[in-house]
Design a protein around this ligand. Structure first.
Ligand SMILES: *[C@@H]1O[C@H](CO)[C@@H](O)[C@H](O)[C@H]1NC(C)=O
Length: 210
């Protein structure tokens, strides 16, 4: 049997070692809760959507109830080959006007785009999504390459980089661009179609205080 004072000493040394650990845990938890508390400002609204492009003439946008994402919906469009080179690239650009209380900034952290592709061997397709913010520098992009042979639906979720936040202020225009492309191969009877937009394109938002 071990000497009780020795055991006692061991317990108290475990306690003193444990102290900084629990302190650290408490600090981390506190930080996590504060991070959550930053959350989402209220109210957030989409006040207007103006869309145009070679692939669309109009679009609508809908904010998720919690304000952590919005969907952009437009009539599905496609890029295709063979045929006119004009058809190899189609896009839809939508200016989404967000309004929210002053003292916040928002950034699009990731995008989920959905579509279908049918590409013969040697044909390359791509879905590309980007955005810029009126009043902030830079354009953020995400790209999914699809290599033929391919014949099915695709769902593509990607971070957009670089990270671009709206300027501090109540509201901003987030200008998103959704695009599909095909690059014909050298094969004589190569063909390819990439479509996008049969279901909405989802933009996840990250909010922060100024
Ligand atoms: C956005 O679109 C996705 C895919 O169709 C859907 O699951 C989601 O419920 C939509 N969200 C909103 C807020 O409309």
């Amino acid at each position: 049997m071990s000497n009780p004072t020795k055991v006692q000493r061991r317990i108290s040394s475990v306690q003193t070692m444990a102290m900084p650990f629990f302190l650290l845990l408490a600090i981390l938890l506190h930080a996590a809760v504060r991070g959550n508390a930053q959350g989402v400002p209220r109210p957030v609204r989409i006040t207007a959507v103006v869309a145009a492009g070679t692939g669309c003439r109009a679009a609508t946008a809908r904010l998720s109830p919690g304000g952590r994402s919005f969907n952009v919906s437009f009539r599905a469009f496609r890029a295709s080959t063979p045929g006119s080179p004009v058809n190899r690239r189609k896009n839809c650009q939508a200016a989404v006007a967000l309004s929210y209380p002053a003292g916040w900034q928002v950034s699009v952290s990731s995008v989920t785009a959905r579509g279908a592709a049918r590409l013969s061997r040697g044909v390359q397709g791509a879905a590309a999504v980007g955005y810029y913010v009126s009043g902030s520098a830079g354009t953020a992009r995400a790209l999914r390459n699809i290599v033929g042979p391919y014949n099915r639906w695709y769902t593509f979720t990607s971070r957009l980089s670089p990270v671009i936040f709206t300027p501090c202020g109540a509201g901003a225009n987030i200008n998103v661009n959704v695009e599909v492309r095909v690059v014909p191969g050298r094969a004589a009877r190569a063909s390819g179609v990439v479509s996008i937009g049969r279901s909405p394109t989802t933009f996840a938002l990250t909010w922060k205080k100024c």
